[in-house]
Design a protein around this ligand. Structure first.
Ligand code: ATP
Ligand code: ZN
Length: 468
C-alpha cells in the first residue's frame, strides 16, 4: 500500500496543479466569451437575443405583429402562447424580465434550466463554488466535463445551450453584504437557492432594502419548503424568523444527505413562482408556505404570518438602511459561516491523539488494539476501517461494557502484558474527540482519537479509501 499510496499522492498533486491551470484558462475564456456576447448584443444580434440591461428593450424590436415577438420567438414559445391565461402578454412580460438566481446547486439547477428555457429576458447566476463529483446526483445543470470548473460557467453554458436567445450574466463570486446591493439591484426578481443561514438573512434583507420580490426555497434530506417573501406587502424572512435558529439546528446536505430529486422538485417550483411574478399570472405563494414530504408524497400549503410591524428590517419603525445592510455582519448574527470550513475541534491534549499515518504504522506492527468507530451505523456501512467496532456516539454510554470486553479479549489473544490500546475514529475527527473525552472520564484513560478521522486517512494514508 505504501509505494502505491505514494504514487497516488504524486498523481493527485499533479491533477490538482493541472486543474488550477485549467480553472485559470477557463476564467479567461469566460471573460472573453462574456465580452464577445456583449459586443454581439450591442451590435444588435442576429439571434433575436434580448437584453433588458444595456440592449434595446423588447418594445424596440419591430416584429410587425404589434406585440414585439419575432417569428422565431413565436415558434419557440408557441406552447406558452397557446395558454389562454399566459398568452402573448405573459410571454412578453417574461421576455422583458430579469431574474437573479443565487446558488447554482441543487435548487438552482432546475430553477435555472426552466427559467432559461421559458425565455426570461436576462438571467443572472451567482455562485463562488466549483462543480464536484458529489454534486452530480442532484445538481443536474452540471455535467461531468465541468467537474472542477466554476458552477456559474457550467450553468451558463447549460442555459445557453437550451436557449441561446436570452442574456445570461455570470457572477462568479460569493454574494456578500458588500456586493449584494450592487448585484441584486440589476434584477427584478431574486431566487434564493443557497443552503446557509447567513445567505438567507442577507438576501432577504437586501430584497427588502431594494424592494425586490424573493422566491425562497429549501430542501434537505427528504423534505423541502417554498415561499415568496417581500411581495405585495407580504412578510420578509425576518418577519418569520426574527432570531436565527441555533447553528446546530441548520442541516446541510453534506452532513445530513439529500435525495437528489427533492431539491429538484422545490427548484422547479421556485422557477414557477418566479415565472408567475415575472409574467404577472396567478397568485404567487406569498403569506403561504408549501411544505413537501417526499416519503409520503404529500404537499401541504400552510398560511404563514403576514408582515410584522415590529420587524427590524421591513417593520413600521424600521431604520434599516442600505448602509446598515452593508455593515451588518450576517455570519456573526447567525453564528454560522457562509462557506463553512469543516468544523475542526481541538478538545484533547496532543498525547491523546494520533495521526492516521502513525495509527497505520502501529497496526502494521501488529500492536494489540481495539478500534471503535463512533459514526452512525449508516455511515459505517458506506466505508469503515478494517476490524473496527461500530458504536455510534449516542450509544457509547450504554455500550461501554462491549469496549471493555473487546479490550480484554485482545489482551488475552495477544498475551500482551502491557494491555491493548484503545483508538477511536469518526468521519472528520470531531466526534472521536468527544468520545475520547468521555472515555477518559469513564476510566479508559489511554484512549486516543485518530486525527482527521476516516477523511484524514483517505487524504493522508490511503487514497483508495472512499470519501463521502
Ligand atoms: N452567499 C452565496 N453566494 C453565492 N453562492 C452561494 C452562497 N451561499 C451558497 N451558495 C451556493 O449555493 C449552492 C447551494 O447548493 P447546494 O445546497 O446543492 O449545496 P453544495 O454546497 O453544492 O453541496 P453540498 O452541501 O452537498 O456540499 C452552492 O453551489 C453554493 O456555492
Ligand atoms: Zn420583515
Amino acid at each position: 500500500m505504501e509505494s502505491n499510496s505514494r504514487d497516488a499522492s504524486a498523481i493527485l498533486r499533479e491533477i490538482e496543479a493541472l486543474k488550477a491551470t485549467r480553472n485559470e484558462i477557463d476564467s479567461k475564456i469566460s471573460a472573453l466569451e462574456a465580452q464577445l456576447r456583449e459586443i454581439k448584443l450591442q451590435n444588435g444580434n442576429d439571434n433575436g437575443v434580448l437584453n433588458n440591461g444595456s440592449c434595446p428593450p423588447i418594445s424596440g424590436l419591430d416584429s410587425g405583429f404589434g406585440h414585439g415577438l419575432t417569428p422565431q420567438m413565436i415558434y419557440r414559445y408557441s406552447r406558452h402562447l397557446l395558454l389562454p391565461s399566459f398568452g402573448v402578454q405573459g410571454q412578453s412580460n417574461l421576455l422583458k424580465s430579469s431574474i437573479l438566481v443565487v446558488g447554482a446547486g441543487g435548487l438552482g439547477s432546475p430553477a435555472l434550466l426552466y427559467l432559461a428555457a421559458c425565455g426570461v429576458g436576462r438571467l443572472g447566476i451567482v455562485d463562488h463554488d466549483v462543480v464536484e463529483l458529489n454534486n452530480m446526483h442532484r445538481q443536474i445543470i452540471h455535467t461531468e466535463e465541468y467537474i472542477g470548473q466554476p458552477k456559474v460557467k457550467s450553468a451558463a453554458a447549460a442555459c445557453l445551450s437550451i436557449n441561446s436567445t436570452i442574456k445570461i450574466v455570470e457572477h462568479k463570486e460569493a454574494l456578500l453584504a458588500s456586493n449584494a446591493l450592487e448585484i441584486l439591484s440589476q434584477y427584478d426578481i431574486v431566487v434564493d437557492a443557497t443552503d446557509n443561514a447567513p445567505s438567507r438573512y442577507m438576501i432577504s434583507d437586501c430584497c427588502v432594502v431594494l424592494g425586490k420580490p424573493l422566491v425562497s426555497g429549501a430542501a434537505v434530506g427528504l423534505e423541502g419548503q417554498l415561499t415568496v417573501y417581500n411581495y405585495n406587502g407580504g412578510p420578509c424572512y425576518r418577519c418569520l424568523f426574527p432570531t436565527p435558529p441555533p447553528s446546530t439546528a441548520c442541516q446541510r446536505c453534506s452532513d445530513s444527505g439529500v435525495l437528489g430529486v427533492v431539491p429538484g422538485v422545490i427548484g422547479c417550483l421556485q422557477a414557477l413562482e418566479a415565472i408567475k411574478i415575472a409574467s404577472a399570472i396567478g397568485e404567487p405563494l406569498s403569506r403561504r408556505m408549501l411544505l413537501f414530504d417526499a416519503l409520503s408524497g404529500r404537499m401541504r400549503i400552510v398560511k404563514i404570518r403576514g408582515r410584522s410591524l415590529q420587524c427590524e428590517v421591513c417593520g413600521e419603525n424600521t431604520t434599516f438602511s442600505k448602509q446598515q445592510f452593508q455593515e451588518f455582519d450576517y455570519e456573526k448574527f447567525t453564528q454560522t459561516p457562509l462557506s463553512p470550513a469543516p468544523l475542526k475541534l481541538n478538545l484533547l491534549q496532543a498525547d491523546s491523539r494520533i495521526s492516521g499515518k502513525e495509527f497505520k504504522e502501529r497496526i502494521d506492527n501488529e500492536e494489540a488494539h481495539v478500534l471503535v468507530d463512533v459514526r452512525p451505523e449508516h455511515h459505517f456501512k458506506i466505508v469503515s476501517l478494517p476490524r473496527s467496532l461500530n458504536i455510534p456516539l449516542p450509544s457509547l454510554e450504554a455500550r461501554l461494557a462491549e469496549i471493555s470486553s473487546a479490550l480484554e479479549k485482545k489482551e488475552d489473544e495477544t498475551n500482551s502484558g502491557s494491555g491493548a490500546q484503545l483508538y477511536v475514529v469518526c468521519r472528520r475527527g470531531n466526534d472521536s474527540q468527544r468520545a475520547v473525552q468521555y472515555l477518559h472520564k469513564m476510566g479508559f484513560t489511554s484512549a486516543k482519537d485518530i486525527i482527521g478521522g476516516i477523511e484524514g486517512c483517505a487524504r493522508d494514508v490511503d487514497p483508495n479509501l472512499p470519501m463521502y
